[in-house]
Design a protein around this ligand. Structure first.
Ligand SMILES: *Cc1c(COP(=O)(O)O)cnc(C)c1O
Length: 490
């Protein structure tokens, strides 16, 4: 190691040495990922115990730091990049995405203003236009990158509230006012909890959320939405926003955007489409229908960090009313005013955060490296594998499939015919999930729908192949048989 000088960054020579080491490390990690268990066999607090409680007062060598990556950090990892990670909506990162993150950290721009990050601001515009075209969102939609879908949806609902004329919420707030009717937001029991969080934060409150009934496939029933909005207006509430989900978190159901959009247009309420996971699939030829009526949406969120191999975090938010979003959030302090303000856009005007990192770089790398066709081919393979898995479930007498296979997720439960009580089945499936996950060979997750405990398998990892899905099915059957055997013995 070269001699360290007081208060200086690492020398270029050392940077190269350790940079190459880390690149080698990452390449080996991706190559050998299957050698790791998907989840670590540790308990809460185990990692913390291995680390000093106080910071080092003097400089430590990179060799020491890297050693702890292998010895302490990696044994405490849940490997989202693992091909057997099939829980939640998994997000996997790709090598081009990783390299872009590396560059982004080096450039370290804060693109709050055009002036402070011209290339970052303009690349964000270009890459979001690319993604918009890829998934078939019309060109009157303007986009911005936020960190997560939760934050994107928060901004959507803030804009929806700002759109209501004459309330002066920016100036007067909402506390203590008797001139505002209680807000109502419409979604379903299957809508993501981030919508509830936004409602809590924006003064809508949990009681301001109206859950519209769903059909047998867990999709919002449009005429129920219409009925409830009408009823609410009669009862002195203020309908202002509806959220339709394309790919719900539990069962990946798809709310009918077009019918909901027509109602929202007629009622003059903001329609936000949460397509955080499912939206990516709209780029697959033949899947455009999932965005049928998307032009009626006021805002849309899609997460390339979920199903487009972009390292977390990158959430793409689109709205055809950026001026309303800007009205909700723009506050320009004197020291942030620039000469270019009238000719360019300053992204700090469109949200809570001032500083913003160069996220578009990783989207640009991923789209260019794979190409649109390359991305579509990977997504199509995931859809094929999910359908295949669903066929296995359907053909097996002891398993029951729940919901439709719209994307890469299959919902199912172990359901031997002799067990009819939902409570017993819930207990059985919870046990099954726990034994499967504790093997470290597969990670799947669960949900509860209509009181039923349901197991979810999600096939959308970049490294997941047919052999992994087959192994997963073998493991699920084996553990099921074992579990049923032990019940009979008891
Ligand atoms: C994952 C997900 C979210 C939350 O995404 P974050 O980016 O983690 O905030 C919201 N809505 C839906 C439908 C999702 O699938």
């Amino acid at each position: 190691m070269e001699e360290k000088k007081f208060s200086k960054d690492m020398s270029p020579g050392d940077f190269k040495t350790y940079g190459y080491k880390i690149v080698d490390w990452i390449a080996d990690y991706f190559e050998n990922i299957e050698k790791f268990p998907v989840t670590p066999s540790i308990k809460p607090g185990d990692i913390k115990k291995l680390l000093p409680a106080s910071p080092p007062s003097s400089s430590q060598s990179m060799d020491e730091i890297l050693k702890d990556i292998d010895n302490i950090i990696i044994p405490g990892m849940t490997h989202w990049n693992h091909p057997d990670f099939m829980a939640y909506f998994n997000s996997t990162s790709s090598s081009p995405g990783v390299l872009a993150e590396f560059l982004s950290a080096a450039l370290n721009v804060n693109a709050m203003l055009w002036l402070t990050g011209p290339a970052s601001v303009e690349l964000e515009r270009v890459t979001l236009n690319w993604l918009r075209q890829m998934v078939g969102i019309p060109d009157n939609f303007w986009g911005i990158i936020y960190d997560t879908a939760s934050v994107s949806s928060f901004h959507a609902i803030a804009a929806a509230r700002e759109q209501i004329p004459g309330l002066q919420i920016r100036e007067k707030g909402i506390a203590g006012r008797n001139d505002i009717l209680p807000f109502h937001l419409y979604c379903t029991d299957h809508t993501h909890s981030s919508i509830d969080k936004a409602a809590i934060t924006l003064g809508i409150g949990i009681e301001g959320i109206r859950r519209i009934p769903v059909d047998k496939n867990f999709c919002m029933i449009p005429h129920e939405l219409q009925r409830i909005i009408t009823e609410d207006r009669q009862n002195g509430f203020l309908p202002f926003c509806a959220v339709a989900t394309v790919g719900t978190t539990s069962t990946t159901s798809i709310d009918p955007v077009k019918e909901i959009g027509e109602i929202c247009t007629a009622e003059n309420i903001w329609l936000h489409v949460d397509a955080a996971y499912g939206g990516t699939a709209a780029m697959i030829p033949g899947m455009e229908r999932i965005f049928n009526g998307i032009e009626l949406a006021d805002s849309i969120v899609i997460n390339p960090h979920k199903w487009m191999f972009t390292p977390i975090d990158l959430s793409a938010f689109y709205t055809r009313k950026p001026q309303v979003l800007k009205r909700a959030f723009s506050l320009v302090a004197e020291y942030l005013k620039t000469e270019e303000d009238s000719e360019t856009e300053n992204l700090m005007d469109y949200g809570i955060q001032l500083g913003r990192r160069f996220r578009s770089l990783k989207l640009w790398f991923v789209i260019r490296y794979f190409g649109v066709e390359g991305i579509i081919n990977i997504l199509k393979e995931h859809l094929r594998l999910a359908k295949l898995f669903a066929q296995w479930i359907d053909a097996h007498p002891k398993f029951e499939r729940i919901g439709l296979v719209n994307f890469g997720v299959v919902c199912f439960r172990l359901h031997p015919l002799e067990i009819t009580s939902d409570d017993k089945l819930n207990e059985l499936n919870e046990k099954l999930l726990n034994v499967i996950n504790s093997t470290g060979k597969l990670l799947i997750s669960h949900t509860k729908v209509g009181g039923k405990y349901i197991i979810r398998i999600c096939i959308s990892g970049l490294r997941t192949e047919e052999r992994h899905v087959k192994q997963a099915w073998i493991l699920i059957r084996k553990e099921s048989e074992r579990l049923l055997g032990s019940i009979k013995l008891a």
